[in-house]
Design a protein around this ligand. Structure first.
Ligand code: IPM
Ligand code: MG
Length: 361
C-alpha cells in the first residue's frame, strides 16, 4: 500500500531520532511491499528561524493532506534559548499545540510498560520492578489550561499573569469514549484522574466519566486525585491499566510514567482524532543538551512509528515486527546511554536504529 507521511524533524535531537524511525519504516516498506512517501515539514524553532512563526499555514495544510504525521521534538532549553522571549503563540511549542488543535487530535495515547530486559534500569525498588507494569495513559490533548485564554497584564501596578482552565462536557465525553474503547481492548480498568476536591472542571469531568461508564459495564472505573496518582505511580505502578485524564495532568503524569520504565527515551505516543489521521511522536522533548552527538535514544520515536503503522495505516503485522525487533535488540543487551547498565553494550543513536532495522522479520 501507499502512504503519505508528513515528516517533522523539529529541533534538538529531533532530526537524529526521526532519521532512525524513517530508516526502520523504509525497511518495513521493503519487506512488506509498501511505499511511504515523506514530505518534510518545518515546525518549532527551525520554522521560526526560517519563516518567523512556529507553524506556517502551508505546513499545517501539508500535514492535513497526509495520512499521518511523524514528529521528532520541538523547542530549546526553556529560559535560555533564543526563542524564550517571544510571545507564547510564537514560541516553538506553540507550533506543536497548533498542529494538535489544527488536526483535531484530542486524544493522546502514551503507553508505558516495563520491558523485562530493562528491569535493572527501572529506578524503583526491585520488588516493585519485578512485579512489572503495563499501562496506557490517555491524555486529553486539545483543551484545558493549554488552550484557555491567557494574558499577562499590570493590575493596580502589579504584574499579573492569568491562564484559564476550561472544559465543556463534549470535550470530556469524546476523550472518555476513546478511553473506554481502549480499556475494552486491554484489561478493562480505568483510573480517571482529577482534582475534584478543588476544581470545577474536575467535577464536571467525573460526572461525564460516570455517564459514559454506563455504556461500558464491563469496565471497572475508579477515580483518583492527581496528587495521589503521582504517588501511586512510583509506589505500585502495576495497579494501572488505563489512566484517563485531562491535558495538564496527563502531561505531568506521562513524564513520571515514562521515567519508571527506565528512561523517558522509551515512551512513544500517538495523537488521534475522529479520523485515521494521527500524529506520532516520542513523549520526550528536544533535549538540546545532547543534540548533534548521536547519543539520543531513538526507541521512543521508532515505537511511535510502530503506533503509526497500527493506528493510522492498520498495518498490525508490520507494527508487531517493529516492536519485536526492539525487544530483540534489548534482549541482545544493546543500550543507548540513557538505559545503559553494567555489563550491557553501549551503542549510539544511529547504531541502535541499524540494529533494529537488521532484526525486522
Ligand atoms: C509533551 C510536551 C509538550 C506538552 C510541550 C513541548 C508543549 O511536554 O508532548 O508532553 O506539554 O504537551
Ligand atoms: Mg510533556
Amino acid at each position: 500500500m501507499n502512504f503519505n507521511i508528513a515528516s517533522i524533524s523539529g529541533d534538538g535531537i529531533g532530526p537524529e531520532i526521526v532519521r532512525e524511525a524513517k530508516k526502520v519504516l523504509d525497511v518495513v516498506a521493503k519487506k512488506y511491499n509498501h511505499t511511504f512517501n515523506y514530505t518534510e515539514v518545518l515546525m518549532g524553532g527551525c520554522s521560526i528561524d526560517a519563516h518567523g512563526e512556529p507553524l506556517t499555514k502551508e505546513a499545517l495544510e501539508t500535514a492535513k493532506a497526509s495520512d499521518a504525521v511523524l514528529l521528532g521534538a520541538v523547542g530549546g532549553t526553556v529560559g535560555v534559548d533564543k526563542w524564550y522571549d517571544l510571545a507564547p503563540n510564537l514560541r516553538p511549542e506553540a507550533g506543536l499545540l497548533a498542529i494538535r488543535k489544527g488536526l483535531g487530535l484530542f486524544a493522546n495515547l502514551r503507553p508505558s510498560f516495563l520491558y523485562d530486559e530493562l528491569k535493572s534500569a527501572c529506578p524503583l525498588k526491585e520488588s516493585v520492578a519485578d512485579a512489572g507494569f503495563d499501562m496506557m495513559i490517555v491524555r486529553e490533548l486539545t483543551g484545558g489550561l493549554y488552550f484557555g485564554d491567557r494574558k499577562t497584564e499590570t493590575v493596580d501596578g502589579v504584574v499579573t499573569a492569568t491562564d484559564t482552565l476550561k472544559y465543556d462536557e463534549n470535550e470530556i465525553r469524546r476523550i472518555a469514549i476513546k478511553g473506554f474503547e481502549i480499556a475494552m481492548k486491554r484489561r478493562k480498568k480505568i483510573t480517571s484522574v482529577d482534582k475534584a476536591n478543588v476544581l470545577d472542571t474536575s467535577r464536571l469531568w467525573n460526572k461525564v466519566i460516570a455517564e459514559v461508564a454506563k455504556d461500558y459495564p464491563e469496565v471497572v472505573v475508579e477515580n483518583m486525585l492527581v496528587d495521589n496518582c503521582a504517588m501511586q505511580l512510583v509506589k505500585n505502578p502495576a495497579q494501572f491499566d488505563v489512566i484517563l485524564t485531562e491535558n495538564m495532568f496527563g502531561d505531568i503524569l506521562s513524564d513520571e510514567a515514562s521515567m519508571v520504565t527506565g528512561s523517558i527515551g522509551m515512551l512513544s505516543s500517538a495523537s488521534l482524532g475522529a479520523t485515521k489521521l494521527g500524529l506520532y511522536e516520542p513523549s520526550h522533548g528536544a533535549a538540546p543538551d545532547i543534540a548533534g552527538q548521536d547519543i539520543a535514544n531513538p526507541i521512543a520515536t521508532i515505537l511511535s512509528a510502530a503506533m503509526m503503522l497500527r493506528y493510522s495505516f492498520d498495518l498490525d503485522k508490520e507494527a508487531d515486527a517493529v516492536e519485536a525487533a526492539i525487544k530483540q535488540v534489548l534482549k541482545e543487551d544493546y543500550r543507548t546511554v540513557d538505559i545503559m547498565t553494567e555489563g550491557m553494550k553501549q551503542v549510539k543513536c544511529s547504531e541502535m536504529g541499524d540494529l533494529i532495522c537488521e532484526r525486522i522479520a
